[in-house]
Design a protein around this ligand. Structure first.
Ligand code: NDP
Length: 253
């Protein structure tokens, strides 16, 4: 896609900002001028992000972060987040719903109920609840942008990936419904299939793989940033990082 957008003055909420893809999306959005609201459970990871953003801002004068340690299974906490953003900024320009968990790679009959429930709670219910919490704020922006992280597994229905694949198919359905609801507003809602990235989640999924052969999460983040551009027109589509183009919801040929 095009180069990094100018996000000066934009307020961006990024979940899963303590490591992996979300960490670099948050850093790069701040470097592009945004005030990033960084959400995750691991305070150390959020503080490291804040240090990096502050160091970059000292050089360039651009970017700032507000850290929000929050577990995305804490529904009341998610509900409060929208109100807190409203009090401080009265709007939200960008949502990156990136946080996710893999659960377990196992035959469907061997998946423990608590593991399945956790995957659905974080990847689906948490994302829906967050959308519900910030939808009015995104609609108030002159160029609201929502980016929802999915996975090729939502379409490929691979053996042993059932909980994660089901959660990603569900979250895509949520995002597409939301995109349709908001089609006639300035809000643009798109999905990202990031392909593969050298992260903790990928190492858990593919322990035998050499991480050095995989794209660094900062490279993947750079492919996601243009979806936050105020000039973006597309909505309800999947940005396929590996193909470098938008696709409709069907698996590309
Ligand atoms: P990581 O495991 O590296 O990072 C996941 C992030 O989600 C962390 O910041 C983690 O923060 C956060 N998170 C997990 N559980 C919760 C929770 N309960 N509450 C709040 N935050 C939570 O994953 P990736 O960076 O690899 O993945 C990012 C997204 O991209 C995910 O949605 C994933 O499904 C998707 N994806 C990744 C691929 C890859 O190859 N890496 C491929 C396809 C899709 P903390 O633990 O601090 O809470």
């Amino acid at each position: 896609m095009t180069s990094s957008p100018d996000l000066t003055g934009r307020v961006a909420l990024v979940t899963g900002a303590s490591r992996g893809i979300g960490y670099f999306v948050a850093r790069q959005m701040a470097a592009a001028g945004a005030h990033v609201i960084a959400v995750a459970r691991t305070v150390g990871g959020l503080e490291e992000l804040d240090d990096e953003i502050k160091a970059e801002a000292a050089r360039t004068g651009k970017g700032e972060a507000t850290l929000v340690p929050l577990d995305l299974t804490d529904m009341a906490g998610i509900d409060r987040l929208g109100g807190a953003i409203n009090e401080r900024w009265q709007k939200l320009d960008i949502l990156v719903a990136n946080a996710g968990v893999l659960g377990v790679i196992a035959p469907i009959g061997h998946v423990e109920a608590k593991v399945f429930d956790k995957v659905m709670a974080v990847n689906v219910t948490g994302t829906w609840r967050l959308i519900r919490s910030v939808d009015p704020l995104l609609r108030r922006s002159d160029a609201g942008r929502a980016i929802v992280l999915s996975s090729g597994s939502a379409h490929s229905a691979r053996a042993y990936w059932a909980p994660y694949a089901a959660s990603k198919a569900a979250v895509e359905a949520l995002a597409r419904s939301w995109a349709d609801e908001t089609r006639n507003t300035p809000l643009r809602v798109n999905i990202v299939n990031p392909g593969v990235a050298r992260t903790a989640m990928r190492a858990l999924a593919m322990p035998g793989e050499d991480p050095e052969t995989l794209p660094h999460p900062s490279e993947v983040a750079a492919e996601i940033l243009p979806l936050a551009s105020p000039t973006l027109t597309e909505t309800g589509l999947i940005w396929n990082v590996e193909l470098g183009r938008f696709t409709a919801w069907q698996k590309p040929a």
